[in-house]
Design a protein around this ligand. Sequence first.
Ligand code: CTP
Ligand SMILES: C[C@](O)(CO)[C@H](O)COP(=O)(O)O
Length: 374
Amino acid sequence: MSDLTLVLLSAGSSSRFDTSVKKQWLRIQHKPLWQFVADRFAHSGLFSEIIVVSSEEDIAFMQNYADYSFVKGGSSRQDSLQNALLHVKSEYVLVSDIARACISEDLLQRILAQKEEADCIVPFLPVTDTIVYENTTIDRDKVKKIQTPQLSRTKILQKALQTSTEFTDESSAIVAYGGTRTFVAGDEDACKITFTHDLNRLPCLEAPSSDILSGNGFDVHAFDEKRKMFLGGVEIDADYGFKAHSDGDVALHALIDALLGAAGMGDIGMLFPDNDSTYKGIDSKELLQTVVTKIYSYGFEIVNADITIAAQKPRIANYKDAMRKTIAKILKIDKARVNVKATTTEKLGFIGRSEGVGVIANANLKYFNWKIIG
Ligand SMILES: Nc1ccn([C@@H]2O[C@H](COP(=O)(O)OP(=O)(O)OP(=O)(O)O)[C@@H](O)[C@H]2O)c(=O)n1
Ligand SMILES: C[C@](O)(CO)[C@H](O)COP(=O)(O)O
């Protein structure tokens, strides 16, 4: 049993990464970046446990990908690390930013070889540019660029972080606490993805797969004479609407399920439970918007959507174009990529008896191609 736990920090919000995708969800072939990084470390076989620290809303989705231990992050890198350290039992802990995606086996071995030398072992890069600090040129040989992973004695790191001071890395906290730090040569490939242009510097990252991911959705709502009718994001001129917890837009609900299906993100009821009062009477365009934002932030792009509305009444023909426009705007794709079809059921079944409406939808996604922005 190893005396070493790995903590991978992945609860950041990518605010400096100027796209709708969170950097930890960029795809390397099919793998999200966080999984690609964790798998590379796991491959070394050095760790008794691997803890991935993530935002609460991401954890359920991450569990579909891999069986690591997931811990809820905090509002800062340090808070996230503190949460993870509550679960670390081993004598040593290696902490790395998920945003440092190309950590080599050599760098790992250089760090571990120094294990006994100090309370924290830190990789660094020397500075080769002239450094001016507040208008004074300082001796650049005394300046170090600090990287991760950093190896710490767990108990010392836990104690060093019991402070309200915010440190930007583990070694600074340990030194401020009175512990010792040893430096080892870092690695250019261990650079951190902070801005989109940093992606150019990472040779270990392969492009995302060009596969198309397809999903379907199906939903039915009964008519309710006391409500207004919303269908495909458009208000319909009818003297009845749909019985539902939300506004009852059965077309948008089927579309949401198609999108969630293609992304492997479950179904509408998991995201918006119908016993949650937050969603009572809610405009389904808001639900669709929430799902679309999530889909883009998890590294997908929407290719197209196709919706078939089965309704004996009301008549849909005059609304199809408005539905396409409304949906396309929310999906952030051209109107030509959103198709809306309508059909009756030849007076058969509950639809034919005009008791309600049924909708099927299909959606296709692809991975965001970060190679074109890097
Ligand atoms: N509350 C936070 C903030 C950051 N991190 C992690 O700490 C590492 C370094 O942070 P950074 O590169 O700054 O990532 P973000 O916080 O996502 O980026 P930004 O500051 O641009 O929002 C990242 O792996 C990030 O996921 C974390 O686990 N919890
Ligand atoms: C820990 C770190 O990666 C060392 O260079 C860096 O300090 C993290 O800074 P960030 O602002 O949280 O990205």
